[in-house]
Design a protein around this ligand. Structure first.
Ligand SMILES: [Cu+2]
Length: 124
């Protein structure tokens, strides 16, 4: 399993290298999330999970939740050593509305990748 995943990451890196000369190695790419990108959820999430394709260095990673309406806040992240996924605790119940989660993570190879996940909490 691990071998397959590593192979896939390497293959993806090669493909990326062909497209973007600046990107030489695997880095950590977002491969899954809950809520999923673009998803509308009925219940406000208490935890947001992000899964990547490489081990993370949490110390050098950041996660900021930006409500369409309201103040951005940094979320604290929990992940085991060498983990490829991270759990973000949402400190309070999110009111209905649109949210963007900016993430920037450092992979075990020291490279930083970043992106934005969006989701919506449905109104009642
Ligand atoms: Cu890298």
């Amino acid at each position: 399993m691990a071998k397959t995943r590593r192979f896939r990451a390497a293959a993806a890196a090669l493909a990326m290298g062909a497209l973007a000369p600046g990107a030489l190695l695997a880095h950590a790419h977002l491969v899954g999330a809950a809520p999923a990108d673009g998803e509308t959820v009925d219940a406000a999430p208490e935890i947001i999970t992000l899964a990547f394709d490489d081990a993370l260095e949490l110390e050098f990673s950041s996660f900021t939740l930006r409500p369409a309406d309201g103040e951005a806040q940094d979320l604290s992240a929990v992940a085991g050593a060498g983990a490829q996924s991270v759990e973000l605790t949402v400190p309070e119940t999110l009111p209905p509305g649109a949210y963007a989660l900016d993430w920037a993570v450092m992979a075990s190879d020291g490279h930083v990748t970043e992106g934005t996940l969006t989701f919506t909490v449905a109104g009642d």
